[in-house]
Write a protein that binds this ligand. Sequence first.
Ligand SMILES: Cc1cc2nc3c(=O)[nH]c(=O)nc-3n(C[C@H](O)[C@H](O)[C@H](O)COP(=O)(O)OP(=O)(O)OC[C@H]3O[C@@H](n4cnc5c(N)ncnc54)[C@H](O)[C@@H]3O)c2cc1C
Length: 338
Amino acid sequence: MSDAVQHTDVAIIGAGPVGLFAVFECGMLGLKCHVFDALGEAGGQCAALYPEKPIYDIPGYPAIDAASLVRKLEEQAAPFAPQYHLDQQVEHLSKQGNGFLIRTTRGVSVTARAVIIAAGAGAFGPNRPPLDGIEAYEGKGVFYLVTRREAFRGQRIVIAGGGDSAVDWAISLADVAAHVMLVHRRAKFRAAPESAARLEALAAEKRIELVVPYQLHALDGQDGKLEAVIVADLKGATRRLPADVLLPFFGLSTDLGPIAQWGLYLEHHRIAVQPASCMTSIEGIFAIGDVATYPGKLKLILSGFAEAAQAAHAIHPLVHPGEALHFEYSTTRGVPGR
Ligand SMILES: Cc1cc2nc3c(=O)[nH]c(=O)nc-3n(C[C@H](O)[C@H](O)[C@H](O)COP(=O)(O)OP(=O)(O)OC[C@H]3O[C@@H](n4cnc5c(N)ncnc54)[C@H](O)[C@@H]3O)c2cc1C
């Protein structure tokens, strides 16, 4: 816990791709930033959900994997020396003086003249299968995300689920795992047609075992070390699948969490903003990226990048009242240290 209140120009809630780029855009206008994230690393959905997947619609990059994009955004933000507060959720936001007070679950308090909420879908978490004692295996034998497929080399893996994540990871992990078993309660998978065809081909080559129609029933192991996954068919008959790892992919639940209590005008669980400035219903609080909504909003990283630039320009007069802001290209203005 830290009692000393820190001060900054802009507090950015969310260190996803859009929050990271907001540091750059604010920095270019001379605005100092503190950045907060509930996750232990920066990158938001890119880092937590699909770090090894290529993204094809970032301008200037015909393909870039999500983890590399995050690294480049951190590099781009670095000259502006943002202060990161990771692994802590912002739970409190209130008006204070002519700015705002922010407090996190780790007791960090920061005051800022303006706030940018770049919180994506809010705090996101996996839909857990209702298996007795599953918590004891989480992080050891049960994982809801794959951040590095090499971590599973040589392992016996049970994947549960019937959608894109389950099918894509079964295909990908078949290259490194000792054995991959895919459990689904139906014989048909809800994956993209090319992925479903690839899955069938790998199953025919016996590189993936399809365990259908079955669902998860119980876990077997000791002291958090998984030994087997027990599955049951629709009549309740069980089967024991010896396994080192279970990857349940039943989608994510998202929750705006404390943000919904801050008095902002919401539309369908998103923060309504004025498109030209990204200002919310509270003056001085801005929202950008997936969390923001306005007519015609596209939930794409590139839209979030443009919104970051708009918010930074709208914030400048709040932090530097009376100071003229001349629009300048980055080529003209330059970047510190380059
Ligand atoms: C599988 C997949 C593939 C995708 N492919 C593409 C693609 O090809 N192209 C594309 O443009 N988009 C793609 N997307 C969407 C893209 O990832 C999102 O549009 C992007 O991540 C939104 O960025 P963001 O910074 O707004 O939010 P996020 O990436 O969601 O980051 C928000 C961050 O805010 C944090 N946060 C939330 N609430 C709080 C709080 N109260 N306190 C502290 N921290 C908080 C969260 O922990 C999170 O890290 C894909 C998404 C998925 C899931």
